[in-house]
Design a protein around this ligand. Structure first.
Ligand code: ZN
Length: 95
C-alpha cells in the first residue's frame, strides 16, 4: 500500500461514466438541484447531491446516453437539461 493514498482517501470519488475511482480534483462535480435539474458544479461548493465525472468526452456521453446520470441523480433528465450539460461539457472536455 502506498502511504500517499491514505492522506487523500476522503477525496476519492467514483466517476459515474466509467466507474473508476479517482481523486475528486481530477473529476468534474455535478449536482442535482431542488428543481430536479442536474448542473455542472465547477466550484465544487454547490448544495445538493454530488455526482462525479471524468473530464473526458466518453464518460459524459456514456453517462448521458445510458441513463447512468439519471440513475445516479434519481432525476428524469429533460432534453433541455441534457443539451445544456453537453453544451457546457464541450468547453472543458478532452477530445
Ligand atoms: Zn470516467
Amino acid at each position: 500500500m502506498k502511504t500517499t493514498l491514505k492522506n487523500n482517501r476522503e477525496c476519492l470519488r467514483t466517476c459515474i461514466g466509467c466507474r473508476q475511482v479517482k481523486n475528486k480534483r481530477e473529476l468534474v462535480r455535478l449536482t442535482c438541484t431542488h428543481e430536479e435539474i442536474v448542473e455542472i458544479d465547477l466550484t465544487g461548493k454547490k448544495q445538493g447531491r454530488g455526482m462525479y465525472l471524468c473530464p473526458v468526452e466518453s464518460c459524459w456521453r456514456r453517462s448521458l446516453e445510458k441513463g447512468r446520470l439519471e440513475y445516479a441523480s434519481r432525476v428524469k433528465l429533460g432534453d433541455d437539461n441534457r443539451q445544456s450539460l453537453l453544451f457546457y461539457s464541450r468547453g472543458f472536455l478532452k477530445k
